[in-house]
Design a protein around this ligand. Structure first.
Ligand code: SAM
Length: 250
């Protein structure tokens, strides 16, 4: 997968591309992430990327020309299909959307600053508008990193053991079960006995039950989204679903 991030602050994103799971994905060529500065596409002497809003009011607005020139140069170079604007008014990111995006071959993520971008950029070039939640950040860079990290985990080979993806929260619609590690007893609190006895079927049942219990307690709204068949499947057989091969873009 190829991701181009349009940002006035590449230095906010760059270090994250070299650390942890995401760093490995980039280093191993499972995903390429390029940072493009719209300022490089401004044509005036001061390399201006923003201007005052028509109609007056607070703040500045990102101008059409540099942003459109930057996006169009990427489209031309890489025949991109998905141009994403990060904006509070966009579709709220959740695991279902992350999985939709994980089969895209490419995307440009536009990080805005100031009061946002001139509406005409959105009308002319943007295919998707995405928000990472109902709050306002000072810029789209952290939102872009959230998208890149979440999508990267869905790509084959990025997380070393696929089972850890399958048992993550939201993968099959539930929150993840509680986890424990050594020591078996800490300040009088013992690890549940079933996790210590090596009975893998019993451990799987325990974790499934716990995932359902935690979801029911913390996020009952998630259970409302599961259909009857899914609930029965979870209760009976375990937590298995994946992105089918045929959903991948050619
Ligand atoms: N005036 C804008 C509004 O009310 O929607 C907010 C602008 S915000 C200060 C600057 C930029 O940060 C946004 O244009 C967007 O690119 C990014 N941003 C802020 N909050 C975001 C969110 N919840 N999700 C995605 N991007 C966000």
């Amino acid at each position: 997968m190829r991701i181009d991030v349009l940002t006035l602050f590449p230095e906010l994103i760059e270090p994250a591309l070299h650390a942890g799971v995401l760093g490995r994905a980039v280093n191993n060529g499972l995903m390429s992430v390029s940072l493009v500065n719209p300022r490089d596409f401004a044509t005036d002497r001061h390399r201006t990327v923003d201007d005052a809003p028509y109609g007056g009011g607070a703040g500045m607005v990102m101008k059409c020309e540099p942003l459109c020139a930057a996006v169009e140069s990427l489209i031309e170079k890489n025949s991109l299909r998905h141009v994403v604007l990060l904006t509070p008014r966009g579709r709220r990111l959740d695991q279902a959307l992350v999985r939709e995006m994980a089969v895209w071959q490419d995307m440009v993520l536009i990080c805005a600053r100031y009061e946002g971008v001139d509406e005409r950029v959105s009308e002319m070039l943007v295919s998707d508008e995405i928000s990472i939640g109902d709050y306002v950040l000072s810029g789209g860079e952290t939102a872009a990193l959230v998208v890149v990290e979440a999508v990267s985990r869905m790509l084959p080979g990025v997380v070393g053991n696929w089972e850890s993806v399958e048992t993550d929260s939201f993968y099959d619609g539930l929150l993840g079960p509680p986890q424990y590690t050594r020591p078996p007893v800490f300040r009088g609190a013992a690890v549940p006995e079933v996790l210590l006895n090596g009975d893998h079927a019993a451990i799987a049942r325990f974790r499934r039950r716990e995932a359902l219990r935690v979801t029911r307690t913390r996020r009952p709204d998630l259970l409302a989204n599961l259909d009857e068949e899914m609930l029965k499947r979870l209760a009976d057989t375990g937590r298995k679903t994946g992105i089918p091969e045929e959903e991948n873009e050619p």
